[in-house]
Ligand binder design. Structure first.
Ligand SMILES: *Cc1c(COP(=O)(O)O)cnc(C)c1O
Length: 459
């Protein structure tokens, strides 16, 4: 059982024994971690009793919101019945069968087969191995390079971090591994010069064509991108981007992979982000919203072409002890059923998504140092900029973002800073009143932020 301790005891023990992900441990330990103790709907509570609005759905994942007792019940039933069995050696179990057939119903036509992992990173690594295996089976062993994008995020494992374009991750541990290439991201605000966003979308997609020609189409296995870059700062590509990417992939026979770890399971108002942008990937990866974060589970959805290729190849020597874990599968099933049967995804498209997008733009557009106010469905962002008229960013990208994020955090609102992009992706079940409440707090925080900038002579 968990012991009841004081906040300072938790902080001390945490500082002594727990290494946090993506954290400067020394500075965290000096400040002390905030201790989260409870969640309900779109709210969290910390150990000091503060009620916090979770504008990030945990880490882009708690799509159905906190506190689903029926998920706890599904987990309990499955634990009592069959807490674990593997699916490696000619066995399966009802929980994984039920989840797989439900997923075949909610995914677009042609995606009838799914491979399970425990996380988004493992889904990406699995996808890398599948793509390379596919080309081997096709008798094209030279076709192995994967192309990702600078500032794309595909997880933290060696494969995922290599495919991703986070330079500060590559700097640690000699990444990327061989066989990975990157093109620039479709970020109009920074790279669009005097083009319209639609003109820029085509130009940015053609960077892929240039890269394919540079490497040689016979050596390129796949292009991988998030429909909307999440951790990179909610970079929403122009509408012209993905159709052109798709055309280029088809022309050079390069597999097209969507990393749907954030965009999947309703975030954009469609089930998957590629449906929002109107393109058809050959494979797509998922995790986060698949279980709304209640338990760890990820998946690779494999389209007909690649599935048939892999099956023709016989043994695929890859898998995780917990691939298709029964308890995770049971909870994911409850979650996907809730997203569908309670109309949660549909409501993002028809009601709360458009409301959020309208109110988000109304709230932030007026600020002097806020620009590129953007978003789709229930994922949105803006960028903190030095000069709106000149489309000029702050010099030390990220410093100002952190300053702003910390003001939100002190005011019991969680939004994230990705560089100087302020991003938000709350639970999809957020009500209109809760959107209004969140934005009222955020507006006051932005006022405080702009005053702080002036007071410190930063703007
Ligand atoms: C979060 C994320 C991942 C990694 O998922 P983990 O579960 O943290 O391993 C991969 N791709 C994208 C697009 C993500 O947002």
């Amino acid at each position: 059982m968990q012991k009841q301790r004081t906040t300072s005891q938790w902080r001390e023990l945490d500082a002594a024994h727990h290494l946090h992900p993506f954290t400067d441990t020394a500075s965290l330990n000096q400040a002390g971690a905030r201790v989260m103790t409870r969640g309900e709907g779109v709210y969290l509570w910390d150990s000091e009793g503060n009620k916090i609005i979770d504008g990030m759905a945990g880490l882009w994942c708690v799509n159905v919101g906190y506190g689903r007792k029926d998920f706890a019940e599904a987990a309990r039933r499955q634990m009592e019945e069959l807490p674990f069995y593997n699916t490696f050696f000619k066995t399966t179990h009802p929980a994984v069968v039920e989840l797989s057939s439900l997923l075949a119903e909610v995914t677009p036509a042609g995606f009838d087969r799914v491979f399970y992992t425990n996380s988004g990173s493992e889904s990406v690594d699995t996808m890398i191995r599948m793509v390379r295996r596919y080309w081997d089976v096709q008798g094209k062993p030279e076709k192995k390079t994967l192309i990702g994008r600078w500032n794309g995020y595909h997880g933290s494992t060696i494969g995922g971090a290599s495919l991703g374009g986070m330079k500060y991750m590559h700097e640690q541990g000699d990444l990327p591994i061989p066989g990975m290439a990157h093109i620039e991201q479709p970020w109009w605000y920074k790279h669009g010069k005097d083009m319209t966003p639609d003109e820029f979308g085509v130009v940015a997609a053609r960077w892929l064509e240039e890269k394919i020609l540079e490497i040689g189409a016979d050596k390129v296995a796949a292009f991988v991108g998030e429909p909307i870059q999440g951790a990179g700062g909610v970079i929403v590509p122009p509408a012209t981007y993905w159709p052109e990417i798709e055309r280029i992939c088809r022309k050079y026979d390069v597999l097209l992979v969507a990393d749907e770890v954030i965009c999947g399971f309703g975030r954009t108002g469609e089930w998957f982000g590629h449906q929002h942008f109107g393109f058809q990937p050959d494979l797509f990866t998922a995790a986060k919203g698949l279980s709304s974060g209640y338990l760890p589970i990820g998946a690779v959805f494999v389209g007909k072409r690649v599935a048939e290729g892999l099956i023709a190849g016989g043994d695929f020597n890859h898998g995780f002890t917990y691939s298709g874990h029964p308890v995770c599968a049971a909870v994911a099933h409850a979650n996907v059923a809730a997203l569908r049967d309670e109309g949660i995804v549909q409501r993002v498209k028809d009601d709360i998504g458009p409301y959020m997008q309208k109110r988000w733009r109304e709230t932030f557009s007026r600020f002097e140092h806020v620009d590129d106010v953007r978003g789709v469905g229930m994922v949105q962002a803006f960028t903190l900029v030095k000069n709106k008229a000149k489309r000029e960013l702050f010099p030390d990208f990220g410093e100002i973002g952190t300053l702003c994020r910390d003001i939100f955090f002190r005011n019991n609102l969680i939004m994230r800073a990705c560089g100087d992009h302020i991003v938000s992706a709350p639970p999809l079940v957020m009500t209109r009143a809760e959107v209004d409440e969140m934005l009222a707090v955020a507006e006051r925080c932005l006022e405080e932020f702009e005053q702080t900038l002036k007071a410190r002579g930063l703007a």
